[in-house]
Write a protein that binds this ligand. Structure first.
Ligand code: SAM
Length: 286
């Protein structure tokens, strides 16, 4: 196994992963072992076992999801848009290679088809085998895996999906274009007349410009736009943001029934309260 990677160090006989969030902020995790490590055509894919977060998916040295808190992110990016839609049948997930969002979407019995468009097949292969806490070894027949660039995929779709979930990595490398107005405009076309989009819009503390830009793009394209938050300790800053756009249905969690979804974080109270934003975020999004 290749441990000769810039984000791995051996210190006093222990193995450490250091994520270089930026040149002024690095986060280090002590590792028990490396379970999978391979280079794909798009990125370096690793599954490691850490002392504090359990197993983690690491792409190009950046932690994407962990056994400890992957469910928080995946439940929030999935159940909120799906429950805001009165009768979702066809869901598209772009990215989401850890399979956590698809696993959560599959908990809704009314959903008939879940298309998961992930650029990198190796991420899915690694997560299904070595990250079952997040992927659930997903094998629901409603989930179709499509291994191609999400940007190209949505360009050819029209009036097809009830809910589109953009579960992307950070806006660098292959995910950079997943944060552009052109891409969101293609998604708007791919949605049915009453469709809903959600995307992860990064940290409201460390990436204010991305959150603001994402919200502005969605607000330009959809009659209803909203932002909600969750705390995901894996991501730098802890608090994470999600931006929603809806063509017809108002973003009103209070009027919705929440079925039992066998979740660990999401529930009716979280659904209603996640739209309550700190003043700083309200000022940013004004
Ligand atoms: N929850 C994670 C987070 O917020 O950091 C991200 C989850 S998931 C692992 C992100 C996935 O997006 C990766 O597997 C990556 O390969 C995929 N991805 C990046 N760019 C893409 C693109 N243009 N089309 C489809 N998938 C893409």
């Amino acid at each position: 196994m290749n441990t000769n990677l810039e984000w791995l160090q051996e210190i006093d006989g222990s193995l450490w992963l250091t994520e270089n969030d930026r040149n002024t902020l690095k986060i280090s995790y002590k590792l028990k072992e490396i379970l999978f490590s391979e280079q794909s055509p798009y990125q370096h894919v690793m599954i490691v076992d850490s002392y504090d977060f359990g197993r983690m998916l690491v792409l190009d040295g950046v932690v994407q999801t962990t056994s400890l808190d992957g469910h928080i992110y995946n439940e929030m990016i999935t159940h909120v848009p799906i429950l805001l839609h009165p009768h979702p049948k066809k869901v598209l997930i772009i990215g989401g290679g850890d399979c956590g969002a698809a696993r959560e979407a599959a908990k809704h019995p009314g959903i008939e088809q879940i298309d998961m468009v992930e650029i990198d097949e190796l991420v899915v292969k690694a997560c299904k085998q070595y990250l079952p806490d997040v992927s659930g070894n997903l094998s629901d027949p409603r989930v179709q895996f499509i291994f191609e660039d999400g940007i190209e995929f949505v360009k050819n779709r029209q009036d097809e999906y009830d809910v589109v979930i953009i579960d992307s990595s950070d806006p660098v490398g292959p995910a950079e274009a997943l944060f552009t107005l052109d891409f969101y405009a293609s998604v708007e076309k791919a949605l049915k007349k009453d469709g809903i989009i959600v995307c992860q819009s990064q940290s409201p503390l460390f990436h204010q410009e991305i959150l603001k830009q994402t919200f502005d793009h969605i607000q330009n394209l959809f009659p209803y736009a909203g932002v909600y938050k969750a705390v995901v300790p894996t991501y730098p800053g802890g608090m994470w943001s999600f931006t929603l756009g809806s063509k017809v249905y108002p973003i009103d969690a209070n009027s919705k029934q929440v079925p039992n979804l066998d979740t660990k974080y999401f529930n009716a109270e979280i659904f209603q309260s996640c739209f309550l934003l700190p003043q700083q975020m309200k000022n940013l999004l004004k």
